[in-house]
Ligand binder design. Structure first.
Ligand code: EPZ
Length: 453
């Protein structure tokens, strides 16, 4: 017996449910508002450890990844409380202390953010323990770039069965670091460590995503001296101490792009409040080429389909390229386009698994495990890439599907909303990691679904 979804989502909270019955075939129409970016807010929260005075972060999304970082901060003695406006949090780091390994492990959850605690904890306490990391199964998710950088700063890294223990007996000093790949996480690792290291750090081949630039803005507010040079070079002059910050997080581009693709796939019309054009330029180009149209407004962007869907050839890349997090929902829309599309995933080595469920629903998608042979590339080629060739249009029919990861899971829900008939989608609780009040938003857009459990 399914619970009528209106009762379940009426509380307007992050209802943690695990299975939905979704009836597709109706366009999604209405407004959703995206809050602060999951992939900035969680890092800005870690940065509070570096300040000598309290910080305030605004537009913090109510997500499980945020809850994990909050509890890890509290385990280390940071006082976290609701701020002076809805969605804001205050952080008082004056009582930072070491935590027991078991406590840290118990709170780390399925997140990768704990690895970013290394630098701040080494500065504050001279030691850190980081449990084995979670995160989406979209590749083996190594942390070699992180550990190599920390060693260059002078950290001693010890691998334990349950994680890694770090110490910095002589403190941390500025280093010259050239990343093999513009890794977002490794860039954040260097920024969070270098700002209080003794001396200057030169970071080459840095990630320059908007969330990275927003983290640099947070650190600059704290008193850090960071210069962003051409060609992915960043210089950081270490300072003795930093103060707290008051910052409003950049909006979540990944969530905005997800809802835009949902409008495309279901032939709907969705206004995404909080979305801004500058940070989505590449997405908007692809969106138009695929047959979408958008209206940029003061407080958000209106996304809708503009006639026939068209096939596109897209290669994911680091910023300012087409983000890897944007491809999964777009693929659902491409199954309805007339012709052959290619989506070449070059950032992660295993981020096309979600297409299995789409094929089960009737899509014509072939995944080539070793990507496409093409010429020299701006960013070093990765050994393993995947290319999905999508031939449409293929009507989708309901099916029973299990959500594989965060962005793939979102695409499964959109596919069920695009398909004719009913689908049972299980494992949807993972969506609470990246989509705040997801069920409320689906209801606001007129989606027809029930909560099964
Ligand atoms: C961040 O992951 C985001 N997560 C990801 O979003 C996003 O897809 C990714 O950046 C790329 O933009 C968070 O910010 C929490 P990377 P991150 O380091 O930092 C390899 C979502 O859905 N690599 O840029 O882990 C890595 O395996 C998530 O919100 C190494 O080889 O990404 C990958 O192939 C999914 N060694 C590539 O680099 C390392 O030490 C890019 O990873 C680190 C990374």
């Amino acid at each position: 017996m399914s619970t009528p979804v209106r009762a379940a989502v009426g509380e307007g909270t992050n209802v943690t449910v695990s299975e939905l019955a979704i009836r597709g075939g109706r366009p999604l129409r209405g407004r959703v508002d995206v809050k602060g970016a999951k992939n900035l807010a969680t890092k800005a929260m870690v940065a509070t450890l570096l300040g000598e005075t309290p910080s305030t972060l605004r537009d913090v999304p109510d997500l499980s990844d945020v809850a994990v970082v909050r509890s890890l901060l509290e385990v280390h003695g940071v006082q976290v409380a609701e701020g002076d406006e809805p969605g804001s949090l205050t952080f008082d780091p004056s009582g930072v202390e070491s935590a027991h390994m078991e406590e840290i492990d118990a709170h780390a959850g399925a997140s990768r953010i704990p690895i970013l605690f290394c630098g701040p904890l080494l500065h504050r306490l001279g030691q850190a323990f980081i449990p084995d990391l979670g995160g989406c199964r979209i590749g083996d998710r190594p942390i070699d770039f992180h550990l190599d950088a920390l060693r260059k700063f002078g950290a001693v890294v010890e691998k334990l069965p349950s994680g890694i223990r770090l110490s910095a007996p002589d403190g941390l000093r500025g280093a010259s670091i050239h990343l093999p790949y513009p890794s977002v996480g490794a860039t954040e690792q260097v920024l969070l460590t270098a700002v209080r290291a003794k001396g200057t750090t030169e970071l080459r081949n840095a990630a320059i995503e908007p969330e990275i630039m927003d983290l640099i803005a947070v650190l600059q507010k704290m008193g850090a001296i960071i210069s962003y040079e051409p060609n992915r070079v960043i210089f950081i002059e270490g300072v003795e101490s930093l103060r707290g910050y008051d910052h409003r997080s950049i909006f979540d581009r990944n969530e905005a792009a997800s809802w835009a693709s949902a409008a495309l796939a279901t032939d709907g019309e969705i206004f995404v409040g909080g979305a801004r054009q500058q940070e989505m330029l590449t997405f908007l180009n692809v969106f138009r080429k695929a047959g979408g149209w958008f209206d940029i407004q003061e407080d958000g962007i209106l996304f809708r389909r503009d006639g026939e869907l068209k096939p596109v050839v897209v290669e994911t890349d680091v910023h300012p390229g087409f983000m890897t997090d944007w491809q999964q929902p777009l693929v659902v829309a491409l199954t309805q386009a007339t012709g052959r599309s290619i989506v070449h995933e070059t950032v992660y080595e295993n981020r096309m698994g979600f297409t299995d469920a789409l094929v089960k629903m009737g899509a014509d998608i072939v995944v080539h495990p070793h990507g496409l042979q093409d010429g020299p590339r701006r960013v070093a080629r990765r050994e393993l890439e995947q290319a999905a060739v999508i031939t449409g249009p293929t009507p989708l029919h309901g099916a029973d599907i299990v959500v594989p990861d965060l962005r793939g899971g979102y695409s499964h829900v959109i596919a069920a909303l695009t398909a004719q008939g009913e689908s049972r989608v299980s494992g949807v609780d993972i969506l609470s990691r990246g989509y705040e009040k997801f069920l409320d938003k689906l209801t606001a857009l007129g989606a027809d679904f029930d909560v099964i459990r």
